[in-house]
Ligand binder design. Sequence first.
Ligand SMILES: NC(=O)c1ccc[n+]([C@@H]2O[C@H](COP(=O)([O-])OP(=O)(O)OC[C@H]3O[C@@H](n4cnc5c(N)ncnc54)[C@H](OP(=O)(O)O)[C@@H]3O)[C@@H](O)[C@H]2O)c1
Length: 228
Amino acid sequence: MNLLLLGKGKTGSLVAEVAAERKHHTCIVGSNENAAGEALTAEKLAGIDTVIDFTAPHCVLANIEACVRAAKNMVVGTTGWYKEVDRVRALVERHKTGFVYAPNFSVGVNLFLDIARTAAATLNHDYSGQIFERHHAHKRDAPSGTAIAIQRVLHEAAPKHENLEITSFREGEVVGLHEVVFESPADRIYLCHDAKSRRSFAEGAVRTAEWLMGKKGFYDFKDVWREL
Ligand SMILES: NC(=O)c1ccc[n+]([C@@H]2O[C@H](COP(=O)([O-])OP(=O)(O)OC[C@H]3O[C@@H](n4cnc5c(N)ncnc54)[C@H](OP(=O)(O)O)[C@@H]3O)[C@@H](O)[C@H]2O)c1
């Protein structure tokens, strides 16, 4: 595939590595080349199959609008724009393109969400629950998008219970650790996902771009990862 990778940061550079290993042709664009969207004109996008975005909340919506209007498929890993999900879905449907997004492109984390969903049954049996998340000290947002996704999954599975409390820690270079602890008067259950590197995000995003080739529609990765 001909991939355009937006963002040369911590995750974007790994996406470039994985894409090269999987024999895709890649062009990677950072903020210097795309500060005002100048890398996303129809001319520059000609010949690109799919755009993968790991940039930042302040520019991701402009990137999405330019690429979808140019009828390009997109895989969007950047977070912080989900209040606009309905508007983006309508844009994608209007332009008949393919689009996959996720706060977390790791297959392991998505499997963990399924496990948490099953474990929510404890909340109907005298257990209380808490969510803990740890990330590197440079991470700006708290709680993490993944912790919020865990909280939402548990609430959907046990709607009589209030949202579980999330406690966030920011320290050192922790890639991403999420724990759910259920506690009853008699015992405790611990669920833990500990990311060793960002590589699983990059692999998930590139394999999603492969899956999306020739498809149209607006997808959440949680409904797609089993098919990769
Ligand atoms: N969905 C997932 O699986 C997943 C996983 C990890 C991270 N994320 C999300 O992905 C985003 C990036 O994370 P990260 O850790 O890689 O951050 P990062 O290291 O800060 O990288 C972001 C990069 O985007 C660049 N950028 C900013 N504006 C741009 C523009 N208009 N065009 C092209 N590039 C631009 C920045 O360049 P400058 O430094 O020059 O400004 C920076 O290199 C965040 O929203 C994060 O929450 C999602």
